[in-house]
Write a protein that binds this ligand. Sequence first.
Ligand code: DGJ
Length: 724
Amino acid sequence: MPGEIQYDPARSIWALMTDRATYALGVTPEGFVRHLWWGGRIGSLADLPDPRVPAGRSSQEGGLAAAHEEYPVWGGLRLRETALQATRTDGTRELDARFVAATIAEQSGRPSLTVQLRDAATALVIELSYQLDGARDIITRGVRITNRGDLPVTLERALTAVLYLPRSTAPRTLTTLAGSWAAEAQIQRQPVVPGIIALDARHGLAGHASVPWCAISAREWHQATPPDVGEHGEVYFATLAWSGNWLLRCATTVDGDTSLALGLNDHDFAWTLAGGDTFDLPEVVLGFADDGFDGMRQRIQSHIRAHILPRVAVDAPLPPRPILYNSWEATYFAVDEPGQMRLAEHAAALGIELFVVDDGWFKGRSLDNAGLGDWTPDPAKFPRGLTPLIDHVHHLGMRFGLWVEPEMVNPDSDLYRAHADWVYHFPDRPRSESRNQLVLNLARDDVRDHLLRVLDDLLSRSAIDFIKWDMNRPFSEVGWPAHPELAREIWVRHARAVYSLLDALRARHPRVNFESCASGGGRADLGMLRRTDEVWASDNTRPDARLTIQEGWSFFLPARVVASWVTDAPGWMRRHEYPLAFRFHVAMLGTLGIGGNLLEWDEDEMAAARHWIARYRDLRPVIQDGRQYWLASWQHGWAAVQYLAEIDAQERIALFVFRRDNPFDFALPPVRLRGLDPAATYVVTGEGAPPTRYTGAWLMAHGIDVSLSDGPYASQLIELIRRS
Ligand code: DGJ
């Protein structure tokens, strides 16, 4: 169901109805737009309260303090979270936005509502938009701000949404993802208690430290309780589709009033709107699940597949993500034509479909201290250019991919020698280098045009099928000496410039796929996912760490976008030996890749790799586009992940089970599956085990007994096919 928008003109109420949720708002007699409900689907609009400004409890909380406005602006007695703050040329910093009009329409087959508000004194017009994904109980919220006056107005805070949960003093849990480089997306749970919990990014990219996503569940939180991975309970979730500085604030009052604010970070932010100018804020994708975290996962993952990820044509199905090989961990910067050709031959023999040359291929690049900015093949490493290697890769039946880091420059590069003023800087301050590199000022048209020319040229001259777009340092000295008045707009201008480059490249080279990488998963947000096909989830390829990281990402990223490689053990950062099957099983949870040095793999390893690659290819539609259930969390020391899909009218299930170790020689508890038809019969096949048959009812109530080999890092892939 696409969802529907119901309207009660007598009471000025709009209810956004999805299959199992409702989001409602209304206009008070004074013209304030109030939020009325978000949660389970309501039976009738008549149940909703009249939109009125509530009487305050005391003079300290009167007026609009607790009014739950849909878009609270900074002004008057709005004492809680506000979304918009602006200053006029005369110094007035007060806004008062009132309802003007609302329109119900349809955008790309999805019902949508637009609500217009206006602040009379500044003539700022605020357009709130709501677009429904009815089957998934998801709403996309956007905001457009237009200055319809003659005088400039400077925005100093511009959040997209302040969301309100039903008031409750029952314990709630806030789930977020925190991390750092090579340790992304670690699940965090904390009680929602009175006060403010704030997360943000303020260094130019969505970041490793936290992710612009969160969920609030109506479940009691105990320190000793392992995280709920299950299928019960109400979960509210929201994410900001933005790759630059963001903020997310969860605020709760002592009487259980919880709001969730998401938007551009107001830290060092300003944006001046001249008369007639318009400013679009990044979208917030919000959802409600009444069936726990798996319900949330399935809704947002499938929404991303259906409505966020780029496709060649609107209705085109998403093609399977190819199984890739990446040279980084095998060769680091020591790439050259003969070495890469040899690796490509080994990769092709395994059934690899996409061969990617990582960092080190371009002029002057033998370490990380030179070359960024000069995107032409290094003549010493590729004396004949890239074409012979690309032809060889294509001839071997694979696609060809290449690494770039376009937003950066090494001071030791021709680009920097020619244009030292093209980086963010202040004239009389040092330029802080990180990884020996500086950030190009993408707010400048000439820098953006240059990058578009260079990348377009690269893609036009060479038959490149895939670009890994990396970004390896945060911003510093965010100055633009020629335009000091625009300096605080850089944060937004830079992210928009990255988007416009990717959009332009995709438009000119529609068959080229892109991966978003920022030292691993530093830019894995919905803004990037609108224009990239996958994300590099982490530089940490150690499989037990990867399970933690991938479990975190699974809260919103579909498996098809989570690039995951099998690498060598022991390798960097790895102290243990991990069985090859375990490494493959972990990587098979996402889009499978290999990053080990294949030249050093023996015949047994190559044979095993061929086997797992073939298994992955067969199960790929189930894993990449199936419904995902985390049956057991790796935080318990063992994990079970189930994927379920109907392929060519046949229901197929892939079940991966992992165990860290078994010091007491205990059998695993039966693994209880989810989402099956209780009346149907399923044929179960494990590696090396004869097929057995069970009913869906048994598999869900009792579960499968999984026998894992002894010793650390045991795993199993089990397949189920529905037979009746
Ligand atoms: C950081 C990425 O995350 C790695 O995969 C690799 O591409 C390096 N950069 C190359 O410099």
